[in-house]
Design a protein around this ligand. Structure first.
Ligand SMILES: [Zn+2]
Length: 387
């Protein structure tokens, strides 16, 4: 069966692109931000909350779902959508990023990554083929190829070697998916036959290595292309430059996904450089630590100046949290460690991110993106992070 995935580009404004992609579970308007649902849930959020803030697609982490509750158990429930009660699009990563973060608990060879679970130490082997099989059982709408994640800083030779291996792994991932699509599924219960697959460009901060990686990845013919291995500690101006140059080497008529980025400013700056999709734990993780994104910059809700502040968290925000509660109450919940505080803060931060994406899309369609960009960067940098 062929992929049910398609992408349409509706407008451009400078480097920024307005479009949408279709999946077996619905349409996603781009530029899009994907909240991260690590363990089959976006922490503290119910489906209703995610729909209310305007999430059109969420991300699931293959590594965590593989360990608990297991991809085969999820396949027997009909796949990830049915299991977690989210009928809208889902993207899964390959699990590689988490495995590479295990440091001494993993061993990488050409075959794949051998690792031990961070939970009980049991041994696993993640190969390009098994990463495809696991995601086929999960049945996400977009699966990602297994790539080798390079630490920063890295030497040029290492970046080149790693990008070459990622290209060889990408080829194996594509061949395995083609095999599943042809009906030769063996013991793999494919829960979403319309699943698309994205390739990933690597190469660290070396632009010629990135360019070669982009060419090799595009040559394999994926439904979309991601830029991986950024936001790992490199200076932000280098990240922006690599994103802009690499995007130029990706097909104009297919979606471009910048993995694991970033701040609200990063989203706007990378949309300007031709990126269509983002994911990041920042809005959800920061919310649980009381760090909140507002139209006037970032605030830390535990700051004593909010103790008797009856105003809304963000006067310009229409989310449930801002409509219903005061800064004084949110600070109180944070100080006493109530989980309701984490949920209210997460709802607001995701609302801020997804509202920013909506405003970006509106600006591109009105051809006013550059003006939006300047005003946005001015307003979000008005307050610096206070701790
Ligand atoms: Zn709000």
């Amino acid at each position: 069966m062929s992929s049910a995935f398609s992408f349409a580009l509706h407008a451009r404004d400078g480097g920024a692109r307005l479009g949408e992609f279709r999946t077996p579970h619905g349409v996603v308007q781009t530029p899009a931000f994907m909240p991260v649902g690590t363990q089959g849930t976006v922490k503290t959020m119910r489906r209703h909350d995610l729909e209310e803030v305007g999430a059109q697609i969420i991300l699931g982490n293959t590594y965590h779902l593989l360990l608990r509750p297991g991809d085969e158990l999820i396949a027997r429930r009909g796949g990830l959508h049915a299991f977690i009660g989210w009928p809208h699009p889902i993207l899964t990563d390959s699990g590689g990023y988490q495995v590479f973060s295990l440091a001494e608990r993993r061993k990488i060879t050409e075959a794949g990554a051998e690792f031990r679970s961070h939970i009980d130490g049991s041994a696993y082997m993640l190969t390009p083929e098994s990463a495809v099989d696991i995601q086929a059982r999960l049945g996400s709408d977009i699966g990602m190829v297994l790539d080798e994640c390079l630490a920063y800083p890295a030497l040029r030779d290492d970046a080149e070697r790693s990008a070459d291996r990622s290209a060889r792994w990408a080829k194996r991932c594509r061949e395995r998916l083609d095999q599943l699509r042809s009906g030769d599924t063996g013991d793999v219960a494919v829960t979403n036959p319309g699943q698309a697959q994205f390739g990933i460009v690597q190469g660290g901060v070396f632009q010629d290595v990135r360019d070669a990686s982009a060419a090799a990845t595009v040559d394999l013919g994926f439904e979309g292309y991601a830029i991986g291995g950024l936001s790992v500690g490199e200076p932000v101006d280098i990240m922006y430059s690599v994103v802009g140059e690499t995007a130029r080497h990706l097909p104009a008529d297919q979606p471009r996904y910048l993995m694991g980025t970033g701040t609200p400013e990063d989203l706007v700056e990378c949309v300007a450089r031709g990126i269509d999709m983002f994911d990041c734990v920042m809005p959800t993780r920061a919310a649980r630590h009381g760090q909140l994104f507002t139209s006037e910059g970032r605030i830390n809700i535990k700051n004593a100046r909010f103790a008797e502040d009856d105003g809304p968290l963000d006067p310009a925000c229409g989310c449930y949290t801002c409509r219903t509660h005061s800064r004084a109450y949110l600070r109180h919940l944070y100080m006493v460690g109530e989980t309701t505080g984490s949920a209210l803060n997460t709802l607001h931060n995701l609302s801020f991110y997804l509202d920013t994406m909506r405003r970006i899309r509106d600006a591109i369609s009105l051809r006013t993106f550059e003006r939006f960009r300047q005003e946005f960067l001015r307003s979000v940098s008005r307050l610096s992070p206070d701790s």
